[in-house]
Design a protein around this ligand. Structure first.
Ligand code: ATP
Ligand code: MG
Length: 211
């Protein structure tokens, strides 16, 4: 409990980064569960700009990924979406994301939420040391990825188990391309947006960015 003289209580801000191509219920459950476990005041979803770790496959336009994330989170008063990575030139680095969020929320402690798979690549990130000064890292389980301590600095990372949802954006895209349903894997509004914008259909390069 805060005591008199403790100074202002810092806001606890979750940061959920991702490509969100498309956002799905795995992302939403992970954010909701971590918000509850860590008593977060808010979770801000941050769709990547031009992705740098998705080499080999085209990624949907940032604006489409941003709008799907807005649609998926709009009904939750604890969730919001940031354009900082979408609006920044060049590839997205987590250090840039966290530095910019720090500047915009000087009064907040940041909790960066990431999948266990992404956590394993943490040492491939630029400025890995600085990352731990900018935020606390929370690695969440996802089916098919075993949760092991990647040997990161003590106290800088928490590993948590969230209800297992075997949903991935890759699977959602493949299902759309094959004409299979994605109802209940992604929020209803996202199903309709994918359909309206004709995303993920084979031979549809006009909505893509990059090569
Ligand atoms: P892709 O299949 O294209 O890699 P993805 O489903 O992994 O997409 P991302 O946008 O890459 O989605 O994920 C953003 C973050 O959410 C990552 O840290 C990822 O590990 C995590 N995440 C994705 N799916 C789940 C899930 N089902 N449960 C828990 N975390 C997840
Ligand atoms: Mg992924």
């Amino acid at each position: 409990q805060p005591q008199p003289g403790d100074g202002p209580v810092k806001k606890r801000l979750g940061v959920m980064g991702g490509t969100f191509d498309p956002i799905h219920h795995g992302h939403l459950v992970a954010a909701s569960e971590v918000a509850s476990l860590f008593a977060l005041d808010e979770v801000v979803f941050v769709p990547t700009g031009e992705p740098w770790q998705k080499d080999g496959r085209p990624v949907s336009a940032a604006e489409d990924r941003y709008l799907m994330t807005v649609i998926a989170t709009a009904s939750n008063p604890q969730f919001s979406v940031s354009r900082i990575d979408v609006d920044r030139e060049g590839p997205t680095y987590t250090t840039d994301t966290l530095r910019d969020l720090r500047a915009a929320h000087a009064d907040a402690d940041l909790f960066f939420i990431t999948g266990a798979d992404a956590l394993e690549q943490i040492f491939s990130w630029r400025d890995a040391e600085e990352l731990f000064d900018l935020a606390h890292f929370i690695g969440v389980t996802r089916p098919g990825h075993t949760l092991t301590d990647p040997g990161l600095p003590a106290g800088g990372v928490s590993l948590v188990e969230v209800p297992a949802l075997a949903i991935s954006s890759t699977d959602c895209r493949l299902r759309v391309a094959r004409g299979e349903p994605v109802w209940y894997l992604v929020p209803d509004g996202v199903v309709r947006y994918i359909d309206k914008r004709r995303l993920y259909l084979e031979d549809q390069d006009d909505h893509r960015e990059g090569t």
